[in-house]
Design a protein around this ligand. Sequence first.
Ligand SMILES: C[S@@+](CC[C@H](N)C(=O)[O-])C[C@H]1O[C@@H](n2cnc3c(N)ncnc32)[C@H](O)[C@@H]1O
Length: 277
Amino acid sequence: MNDFDWAAMADLLELEGETHSPYVRQAFEELRHLAPRRILDVGSGPGVAACRLAATFPQAEVTAVDGAPELLARAEERAGRLGVKLRTRVAEFPAGLAGLGQADLVWSGQVVHHVGDQQGALERLAGLLAPGGVLAIVEGGLPERRLPRDLGLGRPGLEARLDAAMARRFARMRAELPGSVAVVEDWPGMLRAAGLTDVRSRTFLVDHPAPLAEGPRRSVRRTLERQRTVLNELLDAEDLATLDRLLDPAAPEGVDRRADLFLLTAKTVHFGRRPGH
Ligand SMILES: C[S@@+](CC[C@H](N)C(=O)[O-])C[C@H]1O[C@@H](n2cnc3c(N)ncnc32)[C@H](O)[C@@H]1O
């Protein structure tokens, strides 16, 4: 694994997973016809999608797979709380994917871009499918929007500059991954190159308009806190001061109190099927 401290991100991943869950529900609806018997959620994190899979396909054996045991413990707690059946398995990707056994559905949300050789990772994931089985990966989509362009603090256009800084950080993260391979990130093309057919992509809108409920509001706070930390060297002093003001719990224009805060994003799921019955 790279320099991400995934275990420390458990709260953020769980909140974000819950806030984004409308897209996961819609994507799983599209997979109902598969009636999968064995499902793997590869890179499950704290198990929000894995538990949703278990609830959507109660007759299936669902296994959450991740490199961080702390996150799998969270997934188990969550499954217990929700009363769904979930197995967990610690595995480091891509090497640890061998030996997971065949599945009718492999779901992998926002994980492949954390592996150095993305095409190689897709080939390993495709290799887990039983004939006729489906691989669904979440990659691409659009960054979150949460604030008006002119938010009454600092220079207008803060979020566009956060996106640009996150993109620079992302490029550095990719370059530093072990075995990093540059590839044109044409996800449908890459799924086809991994031997899959009936490849298609669908983008789902996640739309929480203002005024935000408590959960999405906390998710926005956590995400901005993380951006404030990881972008410290990549933003100018004025934007950092604006972020500090937004994150000040006492500030009336801060994210805890603003009436105009919203959460809008889009998630793209790319599906491919292993040829066979
Ligand atoms: C961005 S999170 C995605 C969590 C969840 N699938 C979602 O969509 O919200 C990436 C997850 O992949 C796991 N992960 C990343 N790289 C990994 C690797 N090389 N081996 C094992 N797990 C890895 C992390 O522990 C983390 O839980």
